[in-house]
Design a protein around this ligand. Sequence first.
Ligand SMILES: NC(=O)c1ccc[n+]([C@@H]2O[C@H](COP(=O)([O-])OP(=O)(O)OC[C@H]3O[C@@H](n4cnc5c(N)ncnc54)[C@H](OP(=O)(O)O)[C@@H]3O)[C@@H](O)[C@H]2O)c1
Length: 303
Amino acid sequence: MESLFVTGGSGFVGRNFFNYLDFTSYHEVFSLSRNKNVPLLQKPAPHNLCEIAADLANPDGYRSFLKGCRTVIHLAAATGKAKPTEYHRVNAEGTEILLGECEKAGVKNFLFISSIAVKFPQKKYYHYALAKEQAEAKVRHSRLHYTILRPTIIIGKGSAALAGLVRLACLPKPVVFGTGKTMVQPIFVGDLALAISEILSGDGFSGETLELGGRESLSIEDFMKRIREFLKGHSLAALHWPLAPTIPLLGVLEKFLSPILPLSAGQLYSFQCDGLAGPNHLSSRLSPHFLSVKQMLEESLCP
Ligand SMILES: NC(=O)c1ccc[n+]([C@@H]2O[C@H](COP(=O)([O-])OP(=O)(O)OC[C@H]3O[C@@H](n4cnc5c(N)ncnc54)[C@H](OP(=O)(O)O)[C@@H]3O)[C@@H](O)[C@H]2O)c1
């Protein structure tokens, strides 16, 4: 029986994936993150789940556990409002170090969870997306069998992206950056977990890059309206804040003031660039069965 190694298992996607995973199919399941004190499962932890506390960039802390693992799912990333250097250190360099260790340990398959933001045409100040783009290139140049999965914005209980949109949508006057016509295709975190399981159980790892989104596409302004209607019972015309000058301004300010700014320049790119998944065999098979926007808001925002 093979073993599985998951980085970022304590994160939003990782915890949801573990609640979905059939642990009986594996000899051991390793979960790597720096902090061991986050509960990984809503149910009692199975005996074959082993938590490892280490930084991606310090392989001495996890190298020995990779031996005997056939597959690695790489979810760990600096997300949210990290410093540009941290995005680069964790998302690009950390991925490169992990890939090198996987090759040395004889790992066969590598599933890299990237982001739809990699295909945004503009990302000058989006250090997260730039580092993910570099990481994808490292995965493609490795000797491992790989699949790169680029999810769109991920929704669920505890979604940081959804929390940001809720804050803007529920202001006394909702704020939308730019025209609001940019398209989004939210995917429910449980549906993403299902897709990851499908990739693991199929004949995948043939060097594909697969984009994956939810069942519905809508403009970001419509999505925020739906969020407000869901939480407040009514919508309200939004204030449109100009995007073009705000992104470079934030990009400069956040070098010094990042902790006190409400948003990062990178996060604003979702208001500027369409976050839609292109067609592929995985999404055509799975996306029609995914949750609707209404269903995912119910799952995510109901107490
Ligand atoms: N959420 C979205 O909307 C979205 C959309 C598209 C793609 N993605 C991608 O999906 C993946 C999972 O996202 P998420 O929302 O679950 O992120 P998350 O909640 O921020 O979780 C990140 C995970 O990575 C771990 N981690 C961070 N830095 C690390 C380091 N230096 N060494 C080892 N572990 C580290 C964190 O644990 P510690 O902090 O304890 O180390 C945590 O387990 C990421 O690769 C993200 O880029 C997310």
